[in-house]
Design a protein around this ligand. Structure first.
Ligand code: UT7
Length: 331
């Protein structure tokens, strides 16, 4: 990308709740087994928030860690973007609630809705605002409390999801480092494959929507699976092409953490070695927009990559949406 300066991640932090729900715990609630869940998804356990906590609460914890990591005073933040499918409420935005919590009094703040791709979308928005010279420091958060919208009686979905939050501070960085390129896309024609039907203007909350559990996640798993495998390959190849970087130069791929079989099928298609892929879904399940920032933070802290390494992030989710970015790590 032509530019006078590059934009990268200068601070990163994440948080997952302490409470662990194992596959064995789920066997007490629905007709499932540890074997089925592990074999079909790779998930062993997930984290669940205390009922009193919301997405802004855990997003704030992650944000404070990212601020500390980059030694940033909240007053320096120009923009807060929260990517979430589980906002605290319809309005005000979760980003405005986080703003209040961290007292980032000089920031603009808004939420974005792009399902599990939301964090990549958020990064691209932050990147472009900095690149355009509009802002200097942007806080991007991917945070979810999916446990609040899961139907705990539906074995098709309740075994898949977990809660968590991750955050990054974006700002100018050394030239040639940071974000190299993005690829974003959506396919609204297939949006019906993954929805939370009620609670919006189409089906406002009523006794009927509540009794029919229409405020919970409904998904056609098989179709989303096929879409995911196809799009991980397509979007990854697209960012590599745009950045003119061969696949062999990737040091680490961090894909959206939805299903081990999706990741394995996609990396087989990409012909990427398994040891170049970071996977933590066994511990957390699918945390939607939080999956990638939590994995990125974990992988960074475990030194899976360091300054100068090339990291590929790729996600897919409700919308349907997808997004990928290539980063030359600048920290
Ligand atoms: O972040 C983006 C959102 N979501 C995803 O990426 C999820 C994408 N999809 C998937 O990960 C997989 O499709 C699932 C894990 C959701 C399902 O795996 P699958 O291999 O596609 O299973 P299936 O839907 O084809 O179901 C196979 C069988 C069914 O039984 P019948 O109809 O063959 O008798 C299901 O009823 O497995 C049954 N089943 C279960 N059995 C035990 C579904 N869920 C469970 C369960 N325990 N938890």
């Amino acid at each position: 990308m032509n530019s006078l300066y590059s934009v990268g991640i200068t601070g990163i932090g994440s948080y997952v709740p302490e409470k662990v729900i194992t596959n064995y715990d789920l066997c007490e609630i629905v007709d499932t087994s540890n074997e089925w869940i592990v074999e079909r998804t790779g998930i062993q356990e997930r984290r669940i928030v205390d009922q009193s906590l919301s997405t802004s609460d855990i997003g704030t914890i992650a944000a404070n860690k990212a601020l500390e990591d980059s030694n940033t005073n909240p007053k320096e933040i120009d923009l807060i973007i929260v990517a979430t499918a589980t906002p605290d409420m319809a309005f005000p935005s979760t980003a405005c609630i986080v703003q209040k919590n961290i007292q980032a009094i000089n920031a603009a703040a808004f939420d974005i809705s792009a399902g599990c791709s939301g964090f990549i979308y958020g990064l691209s928005i932050g990147f472009n605002f900095i690149k355009a010279g509009t802002y200097r420091k942007v806080l991007v958060i991917g945070g979810e409390t999916l446990s609040k919208i899961v139907n705990w009686e539906d074995r098709n979905t309740c075994v898949l999801f977990g809660d968590g939050a991750g955050a990054c501070i974006l700002e100018r960085c050394e030239e040639g480092f940071g974000f190299l390129t993005f690829d974003l896309g959506s396919d609204g024609n297939n949006g019906h494959l993954l929805i939370q039907p009620a609670g919006g203007s189409r089906l406002p909350a009523s006794y009927e929507t509540v009794s029919n559990r229409l405020h919970t996640i409904k998904m056609d798993g098989r179709e989303v699976f096929k879409f995911a495998v196809r799009i991980i390959e397509k979007s990854s190849k697209e960012v590599l092409r745009k950045a003119n970087i061969p696949l062999e130069q990737i040091d680490l791929l961090i894909p959206h953490q939805a299903n081990m079989r999706i990741i394995q099928s996609a990396i087989k298609k990409l012909q990427l070695e398994e040891n170049k892929v970071y996977i933590n879904l066994d511990k957390y399940g699918n945390m939607s927009s939080a999956s990638i920032p939590v994995a990125l933070d974990e992988a960074y802290k475990k030194e899976f990559f360091s300054k100068g390494d090339i990291v590929l992030l790729v996600a897919f989710g409700a919308g349907l949406t997808w997004g990928a970015t290539l980063l030359r790590w600048n920290k």
